[in-house]
Design a protein around this ligand. Sequence first.
Ligand code: ACM
Ligand code: ZN
Length: 735
Amino acid sequence: MNSTNSKAQANSSISIIPKPARLIHSEGSFLLEKTTSIVFSEGIENKEILASYLSDQITELTGLRIQKNSSDKVFATNLISFQLVQDVEWGEEEYSMIIDQNGVLIEAVSASGFFYGIQSLLQLIPLEGAPEVPFVKILDEPRYSYRGMHLDVCRHFFSVDFIKKYIDLMAMYKMNTFHWHLTEDQGWRIEIKKYPKLTEVGAWRTEKDGSRYGGFYTQEQIKEVVAYATDRYITVIPEIELPGHSVAALAAYPELACNEGPFEVENEWGVFDDVYCAGKESTFEFLQNVMLEVIELFPSKYIHIGGDECPKASWEKCPLCQKRMKEEGLKNEHELQSYFIQRMEKFLQTKDRRIIGWDEILEGGLAPEATVMSWRGIAGGIEAAKQHHDVIMTPGTHCYFDHYQDVNYIEPTAIGGFTSLQKVYEFEPTPVELNDEEAKYILGAQANVWTEYMHTSDRVEYMVAPRICALAEVVWSRKQQRNWKDFQTRLNHHYSLLKQKNIHFFVKAPHGGVNKNFFFNKMVLPLEIDSENTKIRYTLDGSDPDIYSSVYQQEIELDKTSTVKVQSFHSSGAKSRVRSIECIKIDPLVADTVSKLNVGLKYKIVKGKFASIYDVVEKEVLNCGVVDELKFPENIEAEFYAVEITGYLKIDENATYTFFNYSIDPALFSIGEHVVIESDGLNSRLERRARIYLKQGVYPIRMLLVKNTPYANQKLTWCSQAFDQIEIPTTHLCY
Ligand code: ACM
Ligand code: ZN
């Protein structure tokens, strides 16, 4: 092997994420052995915990059990040695690491620095072969002090074991703040001794199918989680939502609302009008008592008080809220919200705590010392920084890990949006709009993990990894060190590492074609080959692909009805989800011969909510009419309904047509007898794509659209050969 080659190979063994500030790599490696000892210099805090952590992690990665004698003896060689640095210039989280023939030397001024050194060391250990770590010199410290991951445990509830796994994942990537979203409309998840009904009543909801769902953390469990996080240098910030997103609390204590209730813990997602009454003193007494117990459990300087998405409808009608506004000289309900937040801030300040709120807390005036979490884009963050308030950036565009991470016709149902790994990676937390002085108020960034569409912890992991790796590099590494291609190369090691840690993660499934195809004689299925590290494997017999399945090299040709299952296989052993593609052989569609046609389509409205498109038939018709597009007619006097639209589709050119439908609620589109699009079930939030060859002529069509949710939004678009989606022009629709 020539030296260039060996150097290239050695370099590829360094895959640390987030990328260290400075790293010099030299030839050679140090072999970890049973006889390797962990030693500490005088005065290092938590050395037993650090030693156990390191030794357990090495065992988990390699099977090797090294010496954990955290004695202060300093041997000359074969050491992992921790040396305390007495240097005021060093940051709390800074570390240096030298690996040479004597072993590993990690230096820092505090335990958190040592902990981050350990994380980098662990990422240098190969997962196969001898446990040799390459010779390196690293100097490293984070770019931002706040490196956060949020988790909503209210929409879905997760066990203490999973919370610890989540914290471990954060620790691997040097994230230091866990924002624990503990209260919501759909569930109250923290035991409060003074108000037992919060968890007796508020932690449980009745789902639409009648089943009960819920759970909560006892105060003992919360202490256990906080201690676990503390050992990993992660601060846990609890979020107790106010004044909105509080229906679960109101279900337990309806007297805290403006109107009497009764309320039920919500079983739908959304934003609800019932919120804490801002006029009653008892509301503040309740929230302060809750906070007294919360601050006993969480040593964090910050308490998150929510503040987002609080509708003002109840306050507008409530005599007590209106009285409060008059007495306090508040001009509108936004100022009443501001009054609410400021009162909570003042109270928490008396306990030496600071508040964080979502960016709505800017409306009606910011509480004097509040930190703003900018989620509706970065504008709120910019405004707050200009007002000299601390800011945490968490814009929906780049930091919402509940969004789709790939095209939504392939991915499992998510809330919407599109936040790919690359988009996360390209996020810049400090906006160019800020001058150097203002930029100091940007403490860092955070990913938010809202769990409406994450029913299981496996799904949470899938949505979080590897996007957490991208965010970690955004908040830790120097801006000029970020390089998407280099990051992707380093990520290969992390696929193996995540797999070894039994963490589910996203791998891009094969793109190309659509998931439903109608064809005559034969069809070809084109897939896109993504990178040299990934193979697409497929089957035609309905089974899931495995490592023995055919490798996709050219378009798949089909001459009979088949279900094609395709899957990406990464060289690390990681696999994507299986994508299922239906290819249905049909007889050529015969165009109808209709003599006279009118412009538009006929529609019928049926009132009600429908869980399925197959429930819509044979219900009472509200009204009928003509529409000129394939979408909800306007001015329908019903909140929830289904519409059946029928007529003809006029085709001018022989071609394969692709139809797209994005729907939140159930939808069906058929041409003649063929169901082209079927998007059934509540809250499907999926895009469906189908392809069918049509000759010139007119074809009977039928579309069923359900509106179960106020924000239901359905649209059928199409295109011919090219993938430019447009709405079907009215000139092609007739009856
Ligand atoms: C939020 O996503 N409602 C903060
Ligand atoms: Zn009120």
